[in-house]
Write a protein that binds this ligand. Sequence first.
Ligand code: NAD
Length: 496
Amino acid sequence: MAERYKNYIGGRWIEAKSGRTFENRNPANRRDLIGLFPASGAEDVDAAVSAAKNAFAGWRLLPAPKRGEILFRVGDLLRKRKEEIARAMTREMGKILKETRGDVQEGIDTAFYAAGEGRRLFGETTPSELPDKFAMSVRLPLGVCALITPWNFPVAIPTWKLFPALLCGNTVVLKPAEDTPHSAVKLFEILEESGAPPGVANLVHGSGEIAGASLVRHPDVTLVSFTGSTAVGREIAAVCGQSLKRVALEMGGKNAQIVMEDADLRLALEGVLWGAFGTTGQRCTATSRLILHRDIRKELTEMLVARAEKIKIGDGMDETVEMGPLINEAARKKVHGYVQIGKDEGARLVAGGTIYEEGEWVHGYFYRPTIFDQVGPKMRIAQEEIFGPVLSIIEIKSFEEAVEALNATPYGLSSSIYTRDVARAFRAMRDIEAGITYVNGPTIGAEVHLPFGGVKETGNGHREAGTTVYDIFTEWKSIYIDFSGKLQKAQIDSVE
Ligand code: NAD
């Protein structure tokens, strides 16, 4: 009998009102059924939002350092259960254990960072232009926040939103991705155990089209914080625009690594292998384009192909495996479709390009590490997000051409340059259009205490993580206190 998991609403684990469920299976072995999860409808979303709304009245008044203490406990509990959660995550979404442990670690780091912010939720004080008048600004919570998350970082991304949102005094409803509901359940078990008051954090499973869309439209939701594809983000922004809801979007990427002729090629090779094939290429910051100077293109391409063909593919639970499966059949079809598009566009396939179904792996969604050479910067495989282990190599003749090629997509999340020339490195930091630039490091590897997000169609101007996430989850209020005992008029009574 498959285990039946539940929503977490108002401090209680409950099924969807309709009783409907959906299956969650292991992408490395689809015969492995993880469990059944509630296929929630608008009525379940309504119950969760109303629990969050009721809890807001008390939670907003709990001093921020006290809210922080709960998050310290959450961090401790995550640390205790790190291995168990990492294993559940690998089983649920396929990335290798080393990476799922890193995913939980990101949640732990975020918990402790947010907890500390409880004593640092700074506003500003400033002199008034009038005598005997005091002026300051403070941060206030927004109310009920809807958090909608993707499957590729099933613990880290929800925590990036949940912990700062809660620390600021908001209450939340999380709608996790359909492919990773189990990881979200684990996270909420921890929130429950930490002593977070009922209703402060609520979990509603279900599809994006029904549960997600109902949450976005709900009139009692003040802010939507979304991470996912640009197509869905655009739809959500349009809905929020109509009702003037706050909306923070973290969306797709088409990240590139530049390698100049003066680079340490061994280092650049390790970087691109990790950036392109880590998480099976399913990171928003994955390296999807490799921009190579023509003097080193042939040599680095040969080194890369030799290594890519040796990557051990399989179930991420096996510690010797280097690359797990894709998330589902639709993702594998999409990746395979783009390989065909690349061939049709005239790019040269130099590694992979096929489904991997050897031996026991016939029951999973495996795909070989794939490399295209001779890719034009305007080809579809160089422009569109593939979200799989497919790397496109673009040849350039100069630094200027490299930056131009890197900037020539609608996205702007992460970027990287390998060079030993300091002047080039600084020009790259200035001229690359992206929210993140690495020098002599791959496009992946963000740390939780720096702002995270992208320019152009990757985002809408907000930054998660760092101190900047506190701008998403609070509203500023300016406060003036006049102790002069008379009516003073700003701009009019100012002393000449
Ligand atoms: P997705 O856009 O398909 O789904 C993301 C979430 O939105 C899921 O929970 C889904 O159920 C929900 N959703 C779908 N339709 C909805 C609707 N109409 N209304 C409300 N919610 C809806 O993305 P995905 O396939 O889960 O994740 C992969 C994408 O996420 C990639 O594009 C990747 O680049 C992006 N991503 C971005 C970042 C970042 O920080 N920029 C991080 C990770 C992933």
